[in-house]
Design a protein around this ligand. Structure first.
Ligand SMILES: Nc1ncnc2c1ncn2[C@@H]1O[C@H](COP(=O)(O)OP(=O)(O)OP(=O)(O)O)[C@@H](O)[C@H]1O
Ligand SMILES: [Mg+2]
Length: 277
């Protein structure tokens, strides 16, 4: 589903001619710790293995997607904050090639200030959309990792996005929080971004030893018969360990169940994105 044709030039460099701008996907759930960041970075890595050009946007002041790629926040000259609030060109705040085919628009705790500083700015919900407009032609897919809240930063992610993936942890009352995400998506559709689509619901931290996990997946499937990803992410200590080495699971343990599951989800996502025009 790559959006480009590649020609070799006289200098031997590739020239990428994009047929359409990147599809933008936001990973959203206001509940903390459900696997938004783990999913964003590992799906990015799995997509990049197929030479899809990816931009990962970290719009969470915790900066977990940034550190998951092994990027030290102290080494950054500019971040997403500077592109959203300051006068830094979007392209100048991107860290190129954090991996082959993956660029990163990084975040640090400073980004928390944007939530306050943007409040009385015109078109404050469209800041990320405008930022990405300037660079999205360079990519096939943009994946946005959002914070555990439905505040202005997440609203910016949903306003910029074509589609949303909701990661849901396999736990008791998993659906409770999801209704709030759905209500927010509805609100955004009615005003800021009418074409926003629910791309998928992704079950995470599935524990095959408990009946609870299977039960929760069944319940969520009943609620979202058309949107549940068929691959489910297992609870796996390997997935939890990888970021502490600054690695994605495909590097840390490519044969692990978590790596295989994220590759499957990435393939499903690729198919779903292919139906977008
Ligand atoms: N499938 C998994 N199995 C085991 N541990 C996992 C799995 N997915 C994520 N984790 C771990 O659970 C914690 C929360 O995951 P993650 O940071 O991806 O969630 P999040 O939704 O991005 O959190 P936040 O809301 O704080 O941004 C992390 O320590 C992560 O390493
Ligand atoms: Mg996170």
């Amino acid at each position: 589903m790559t959006a480009e044709t590649t020609h070799a030039t006289a200098t031997g460099q590739d020239v990428r001619t994009r047929q359409h701008p990147a599809r933008i996907v936001a990973f959203v759930n206001q509940k903390g710790g459900v696997g938004k960041t783990t999913s964003t970075v590992n799906i990015a890595a799995a997509l990049a293995l197929h030479h899809t050009r990816i931009l990962v946007v970290d719009i969470d002041p915790q900066g977990n997607a940034t550190s998951s790629f092994g990027i030290d926040r102290h080494s950054l000259e500019a971040t997403l904050y500077d592109a959203l609030v300051g006068d830094v060109e979007p392209a100048d705040s991107i860290v190129p090639e954090v991996r082959a085919c993956i660029d990163l628009l990084p975040a640090t705790p400073v980004l928390a200030g944007a939530e306050v500083e943007l409040v009385d700015q015109p078109r404050r919900e469209h800041r990320l959309a405008s930022t990405l407009q300037a660079v999205r032609n360079n990519y096939d897919v943009v994946l946005i990792d959002s914070p555990p809240s439905l505040g202005l930063l997440t609203v910016n992610a949903l306003t910029a996005a074509n589609g949303v993936v909701i990661p849901v942890q396999c736990e008791y009352l998993a659906l409770e929080g999801v209704s709030q995400v759905l209500a927010t998506i509805d609100l955004i559709r009615r005003g800021l971004n009418p074409t926003l689509e629910l791309l998928g619901v992704l079950m995470t931290m599935y524990d095959g030893r408990t009946r609870l996990s299977a039960h929760v997946v069944e319940e969520v499937r009943r609620y979202f018969p058309d949107h549940l990803f068929s691959a489910v992410i297992p609870r796996s200590v390997r997935l939890a360990e990888a970021p502490s080495y600054g690695q994605v699971i495909a590097e840390y343990d490519p044969a692990s169940r978590g790596a295989v599951a994220y590759a499957e989800v990435a393939a499903e996502l690729r198919d779903r994105l292919a139906t977008f025009e």
